[in-house]
Design a protein around this ligand. Sequence first.
Ligand SMILES: [Zn+2]
Length: 190
Amino acid sequence: MATKSGKYWVTWANTNAKNSTNIDDLDTTFKTNVKAFKKALEDAGAKIVISTTKRSKKRAYLFHWSWKISQGKCKPTDAPKMVGVDIEWDHGDIAKSKAGALEMVNGFGLAVPPKSINAPSLTSNHIDGKAIDMTITWAGKIKVKKKDGKEAEVTYFPNANNNLILHAVGDSYSVKKLKTDAPHWSHNGR
Ligand SMILES: [Zn+2]
């Protein structure tokens, strides 16, 4: 029997639908590229902290539909079923359905309007293992090897979105920066 939406699903997801911080969980090609880029940065003296690699598809499903239902952006019956996630979004009463979804939004710590006006995505590159969130830090200037072996001198910027030389080094390894999301790099820059 399906379990109604609510905080039960936060606990469930934290056991059964976790995100990974392990590079080895990435898509094969992207993983190889990330490892090469990371090695070049570390060889140059940078420090890398990874916050997310592959995102669980089930977790993304729970994020997306709890956000939309709680915010009244769709009807509880609009959420499709997902194999392996036996959730009932429709409590048979719109206020109760929204309250159940909101318990999940709060439990997951999702940003809602006005902080975020977009539902968490169902199609992030993270879900396919083709994106990584990482914070790269160093002091002053370092010389980082590009894939062709040539060195680039890279100055530290507190906001990685503005560091075009660092982006170019990543590009050489086919690890591309999304310039609106500070820790986010992917196979296509999205
Ligand atoms: Zn990301």
